[in-house]
Design a protein around this ligand. Structure first.
Ligand SMILES: [Ca+2]
Length: 155
């Protein structure tokens, strides 16, 4: 009984950690445009503004690099020059309409310290179906090899 319990635990752990890696859809390209749904702002103040931060990390890394800060568009074109297996992440950034005027103005909507109230969500990474990534994916890029050397007429 104890053996089966350990076996099922091992199987569970294997499935939990290995299945997501197998299930990833890979795009092999040096450039890819990623899109996402516009944030549903109906729950917040009507005057709040929402933007997006885009991050890229190598598969397996825990921290990504910010590649686009506070952009308005709901898509981003990532271009890769180095080789690797990349994961893209997007977070929502909320700019609070602090004076409830119906629109966000960084010069007016400031708190008692003179700072705007800007809040960032956690990152929805493309390799996990977090908030919503219906088909978890990654982008892999390979660089062309160098030219051959020693070019000469054959003897
Ligand atoms: Ca305002």
């Amino acid at each position: 009984m104890k053996f089966f319990k350990s076996l099922s635990t091992i199987l569970f752990v294997l499935l939990f950690f290995i299945t997501p890696a197998i299930a990833l859809d890979w795009q092999t390209t040096n450039q890819s445009t990623i899109a996402w749904d516009a944030y549903d702002a109906s729950a917040g103040n009507p005057g709040d503004e929402y933007r997006y931060n885009v991050y890229i990390k190598l598969q397996g890394d825990t921290v990504g690099t910010l590649v686009s800060q506070e952009q308005v568009a709901t898509e981003f074109t990532a271009t890769f020059t180095s080789e690797g297996f990349f994961i893209v992440g997007v977070s929502t950034v909320r700019f609070v309409d602090l004076d409830l005027s119906g629109s966000y103005d960084p010069t007016v909507d400031i708190d008692e310290n003179g700072d705007p109230v800007i809040l960032e969500s956690t990152i929805n990474w493309s390799d996990v179906n977090g908030a919503s990534t219906p088909n978890p994916f990654g982008i892999r890029h390979f660089v062309a090899p160098l030219e051959p050397g020693g070019l000469r007429p054959a003897e």
